[in-house]
Ligand binder design. Structure first.
Ligand SMILES: C=C(O[C@@H]1C=C(C(=O)O)C=C[C@H]1O)C(=O)O
Length: 432
């Protein structure tokens, strides 16, 4: 077990977090210009297999217990934090990770801060000093002073522009449409009610490329979405899997999609057609039910609005439902991500049958696409999105983007293909 020493101190306003990031492996979580950015890696915890999120939650509790934290700001994202990304499938070959950076720069509610994290000696060897969990103002532990706060990181100049063409990989248009047609017949035969089928695009990003360029495009183009970069997974997701803050839990469920109109009238028509569509409402109902079922054991007063609303994004409309409640059992945001994943918005209904059909019809490993991505704090609070509108960049520069669509009994293969094309737009434009 690694013991960490953590110190958060206030900073003058840092207006832009991205310029401070590593250009090749940025670590960030932002929305509407606020969030946290990580530099370096003080601790990396890796997980695989069916209980990857549960084990991450346990490992995080132990990490927090062994940490000494001094937090002079006390707002979500200060003190000890880990960024995380989890594989979608229990059988995925992708690793799931929690990463504690060496430095965190943060900005929220007009306040900025810096958190410095240091690894101390192995706890077994460290002297007992009786510090409480995540508390106290210890500035020393095991003889290691916390670093002074005058050596701030510097912004790094952006690298050259690049334009990539992302091309279909795995399933081409015909292959995707035929997978959708197979899914529709299985749904009509009552094998399951809904399944979400995805496809991939791929490209090669030259090794010297500055990934932060794509991040800036995503953050500016999709300010209401969660823009993230964690361990090579880069994207801008509109869907909040779960947020925990001081005993309250919230989530935003999305399912049901239409393109934006070309002018005001057709845009309005598109949103109205989405709100009135029985097919999209069916898709949406399954997704809301899966979230309510997963969260109810943790919240006695969980509530969702009766009718979904239409959420406007730059590239499309979604049917959306916000859910909120008070936590009754002290579950952490990771515990709740574990309870929720995979929701019917990205897997289907019933979950087991949907995941089995995804394995059968998608000729690729989803990796971290459609899994939880976000951060957890020392108190278990945190923000997790569903990793959508994203791409995974590997060590060699291979970039794989993913997008899917919810299939129900009256889905039309051509329309579902077109929907995935719209969902690729944020990534295609950010890298292209
Ligand atoms: C599966 C994706 O998106 C999900 C599926 C949606 C749908 O089928 O209408 C809408 C939002 C997301 O929950 C994706 O973006 O890849």
């Amino acid at each position: 077990m690694t013991a960490l020493s953590v110190e958060t101190t206030p900073l003058d306003d840092v207006r832009h977090l991205v310029p401070f990031l590593d250009s090749r492996r940025p670590l960030v979580w932002i929305r509407k210009g606020e969030g946290i950015a990580g530099i370096g890696e003080a601790l990396r915890l890796e997980f695989r297999g069916p209980d990857r999120i549960r084990r991450a939650s346990e490992a995080w509790r132990q990490t927090v217990q062994a940490a000494t934290v001094s937090d002079g700001v006390r707002t979500p994202g200060t003190g000890l934090v880990a960024f995380g990304t989890f594989a979608f499938d229990d059988e995925s070959s992708a690793t799931s990770v929690l990463i504690v950076p060496d430095l965190v720069l943060g900005r929220r509610g007009g306040r900025s801060w810096i958190t410095r994290i240091r690894r101390l000696d192995d706890v077994d060897d460290a002297p007992e000093d009786g510090d409480g969990v995540g508390a106290g103002s210890a500035s020393q532990r095991g003889g290691h002073p916390i670093i002074a706060t005058d050596d701030l990181p510097r912004p790094i100049a952006f690298g050259d522009e690049y334009r990539l063409s992302l091309l279909p990989a795995g399933l081409d248009e015909e292959g995707y449409r035929s997978a959708v047609a197979t899914a529709v017949s299985k749904i009509r035969e009552h094998d399951l009610s809904k399944v979400v089928l995805a496809r991939e695009l791929s490209a090669h990003l030259p090794l010297e490329s500055d990934v932060r360029r794509a991040l800036v495009e995503l953050a500016l183009g999709y300010p209401d979405c969660w823009t993230f970069a964690v361990d090579g997974l880069v994207g801008s997701s509109p869907e909040t899997l779960v947020r925990v803050h001081h005993g309250t839990v919230t989530a935003r469920v999305l399912a049901g999609t239409r393109s934006r109109g070309r002018d005001a009238a057709s845009d309005h028509e598109s949103a109205a057609a989405l709100a009135a569509s029985v097919k999209d409402q069916d898709e949406h109902r399954f997704a809301v039910a899966s979230v309510l079922d997963a969260l109810r054991p943790h919240s006695a007063d969980l509530a969702a609005s009766d009718l979904p609303f239409t959420l406007k994004l730059p590239n499309l409309w979604h049917l959306a439902t916000d859910i909120a409640g008070t936590l009754s059992d002290g579950a952490s945001s990771l515990d709740l991500a574990d309870a929720l994943h995979p929701t019917a918005a990205v897997a289907g209904t019933p979950t087991r049958e949907a995941v089995a059909l995804i394995r059968e019809l998608e000729p690729f490993d989803r990796g971290r696409y459609a899994g939880p991505v976000g951060w957890v704090g020392g108190d278990g609070d945190g923000e997790w999105a569903i990793a959508l509108r994203c791409a995974q960049l590997d060590e060699t520069g291979n970039l794989t983007a993913y997008a899917g669509a919810g299939i129900v009994s009256d889905s039309d293969p051509a329309a579902e293909y077109a929907e995935t094309t719209m969902k690729f737009r944020p990534i295609v434009e950010a890298f292209g």
